[in-house]
Design a protein around this ligand. Structure first.
Ligand code: MG
Length: 400
């Protein structure tokens, strides 16, 4: 394989679960030797497709796919302007595919290339939601019966659901929520859950940046008695200096990072030990190469990983998350959205959930493939969801 070259790079768009996914396939001049990577930026899928097909392909065809680091570095700066979500996702598609190829060449799963297993499977959490505490408790019990030990509890979705009856005349459309009502409701929810279910289960909660910084600080303090496993996105990336105050005033463990794009956003939080879990969306920061470096950086500071794993990560991306989970000593927890049957049909080799743990199939590379004929049966809708236009009761637009 001395003359191994990249022959083709292309984006594949598919939506088997009704969520637009972007997967990149990198083919080589060696017959049957190819790799797959996740490049899913569901709200801007066509922009990622253009970045892959019109810019990365011409830049990469003819290069040696074994040179993962050099390709990552040069792809990052080849546009000169860098670190944006569209280009990072496009680069991630290539980067994961190159790790997949390297694993296939070595005849080893990717976690072996990262140093081997630290554990047999990754513990996961799932998401329990309900309109009132008793309904959330029922969902929690269902998950417990399935063997789950970690459960993220929300009430009425992100930001809660409360009747908004004080909109001004002519208020614009959007997903309205009442931040004050939400903030008051969450300690009541966890008080109820601990009372009914006890402390033998780990609870998590996602604020989704829905509060002002000082209100988020108040919530973190109010939740201390209920011993959360972590409180997620209590503050927006634009407010990261507030994490210093949050840390000084509250002992609730903090998870942060799903919107991060580049090292400048996490450097201070990690080196000052202001968070407990790093939670980036791996394709959003450029793939496995930067994510592995971030995991090792966090290990030094006693911070654990909790890679973002929602429905807008492709099964290829979920597999990449789990390879890193298994090989990282400082793994904390893996978010698991669940993989529907159509997803498993389109992507043979999906990681498998059994009693609260996700297992890989131990095939070489990432161990996952795509059936392109089946993928074509699920075209993308290319529609941006309503929740991305979120408003306060007076109609003010806020972060979703
Ligand atoms: Mg989140």
């Amino acid at each position: 394989m001395n003359n191994l070259k990249i022959k083709d790079v292309r984006a594949i768009l598919t939506a088997p679960a009704g969520i637009d996914l972007v997967v990149v396939k990198v083919e080589t001049n060696e017959p049957e030797l190819y790799g797959l990577g996740c490049a899913t930026f569901t709200q801007r899928a066509l922009a990622v497709q253009t970045a892959v097909d019109s810019y990365l392909k011409p830049f990469l065809v003819g290069k040696d796919p074994r040179r993962i680091e050099d390709i990552f570095q040069s792809s990052m700066v080849n546009s000169y302007w860098r670190n944006g979500p569209v280009l990072n996702n496009a680069i991630s598609g290539v980067d994961m595919a190159l790790w997949d190829i390297k694993g296939k060449m070595a005849n080893m799963p990717v976690y072996e290339l990262f140093g081997g297993k630290c554990r047999e499977a990754a513990a996961i959490y799932r998401h329990a939601d309900g309109s009132e505490p008793a309904e959330v408790a029922e969902k929690v019990k269902e998950f417990q019966e399935q063997g789950l030990h970690y459960i993220r509890c929300q009430m009425g979705g992100y930001g809660g659901r409360s009747a908004i009856n004080r909109k001004p005349e002519g208020a614009l459309p959007g997903a309205y929520f009442d931040a004050d009502a939400y903030e008051r409701s969450i300690p009541i929810l966890f008080s109820y859950l601990r009372d009914k279910i006890g402390y033998e289960v780990e609870f998590l909660h996602d604020v989704h940046e829905r509060l002002t910084p000082v209100r988020a600080l108040g919530l973190a303090k109010a939740l201390e008695p209920y011993r959360l496993f972590f409180l997620e996105d209590a503050l927006a990336p634009e407010q990261i200096e507030w994490f210093r105050l949050l840390r000084q005033q509250s002992a609730t463990p903090i998870a942060m990072g799903e919107l991060f794009n580049n090292p400048n956003e996490w450097k201070m939080l990690v080196s000052e030990q202001l968070i407990d879990f790093i939670r980036v969306h791996i394709s959003q920061i450029g793939g496995l190469t930067p994510a592995r470096k971030l995991a090792i950086f966090c290990e030094t500071y006693g911070i654990r990983t909790a890679w973002h794993g929602p429905g807008d990560v492709s099964p290829v991306g979920h597999a990449a998350n789990v390879h890193l989970d298994l090989a990282s000593p400082n793994f904390g927890i893996q978010e698991w959205a669940g993989l529907s049957e159509p997803l498993q049909e389109v992507f043979p080799g999906c990681p498998e959930l059994k009693k609260g743990y996700v297992y890989l199939n131990d095939q070489p590379g990432l161990g996952i493939d795509i059936d392109e004929k089946k993928a074509a049966k699920y075209p993308c809708a290319n529609k941006v969801p309503e929740w991305t236009v979120t408003r306060l009761p007076d109609g003010t637009l806020v972060r979703p």
